[in-house]
Design a protein around this ligand. Structure first.
Ligand code: DGL
Length: 285
């Protein structure tokens, strides 16, 4: 099934919540002719403290659902779900191209001058084999400092991008990294780019040296473009369809967050999905 208006291949994107919107906005900017469907599994957010096996099961069911809706390529716009499930998804849905997230340790290791890099990600991301493998491959000779920023995903889900609690969590994570000389900070969770202005403020107030903050979303969107081309999933003409947004959580809250995070440019309808028997079911409007 393809997008009815243009026939252009549909890109499916998912995350535990609003984090993947940081990836969606880059995909929309770089690949405007492709229609997209975005699913936020807010019934289960945050994913970061859950066992990898559980997140893997969610990811498989969400992928199946997005394919039923006509998606031709799946973007796992969540570091935690990528850590838990990317390999398994590729083995399960062998015909389908996937693009996932991995903490941007490689560019960080290439760009650091001090040789000290900070990574902010969820506990599950740090536990996964994917993270161990990027550190092993790319971070030789570089000191990596990690922080799980407890509670940050929930604050961002509440739209608290500047408040006291968010500031306290980030200060607790960043000050020790900066004190040890970190000059590069990696956003290893797709929620975190939404607090980059606050991160930069905290860095500016504390560090006596320049610090680079890496959001991998632009590079991920470029990778989506390359994979689409490699699979012959080309688009012709313009896409006039607005993105489809779906949540397994509260529709109103998600709509409010779309307005807040996407500057109302995507003033879309939000569709409801529900979990039943470990499957996602689309509710009729
Ligand atoms: N946005 C996600 C990530 O990139 C998930 C955060 C969470 O649900 O804990 O890891």
């Amino acid at each position: 099934m393809e997008n009815k208006k243009t026939g252009n291949p549909l890109i499916g994107i998912f995350d535990s919540g609003v984090g993947g919107l940081s990836v969606l906005r880059q995909i929309r900017a770089q690949l405007p002719s492709y229609p997209v469907i975005y699913l936020a599994d807010q019934a289960h957010v945050p994913y970061g403290q859950r066992p990898l096996e559980e997140v893997r099961q969610f990811s498989i069911s969400i992928t199946r659902f997005l394919l039923e809706q006509g998606a031709r390529l799946i973007v796992v716009a969540c570091n935690t779900a990528s850590a838990a499930a990317l390999k398994h998804l590729r083995e399960t849905f062998t015909e389908i191209p996937f693009v996932g997230m991995e903490p941007a340790v490689k560019p960080a290791a290439e760009q650091t001058h001090s040789g000290i890099v900070g990574v902010l990600a969820t506990p599950a991301t740090f536990q996964g084999a994917l993270y161990a493998s990027v550190v092993e491959r790319f971070a030789r000779g570089v000191t990596i400092l990690q922080d799980t920023c407890p509670g940050l995903v929930s604050e961002i889900e509440k739209g608290n991008l500047q408040g006291e609690e968010t500031r306290a969590i980030l200060t607790r994570a960043l000050h020790p990294m900066l004190a040890r000389g970190a000059d590069t900070i990696v956003m290893g969770c797709t929620h975190y780019p939404f607090v980059i202005p606050l991160i930069e403020e905290i860095i500016h107030a504390y560090a006596g040296h320049p610090v680079r903050v890496i959001d991998p979303a632009p590079a991920v969107a470029r990778q989506v473009g390359r994979v689409l081309a490699a699979y012959g999933l080309t688009s012709d003409g313009e896409n006039t369809a607005s993105p489809r947004f779906l949540t397994s959580g509260d529709r109103r809250t998600f709509k409010h967050m779309l307005r807040l995070l996407m500057n109302d440019t995507e003033a879309a309808r939000v569709e409801q999905v529900r979990w039943g028997n470990q499957q996602l079911i689309l509710e009729k409007p």
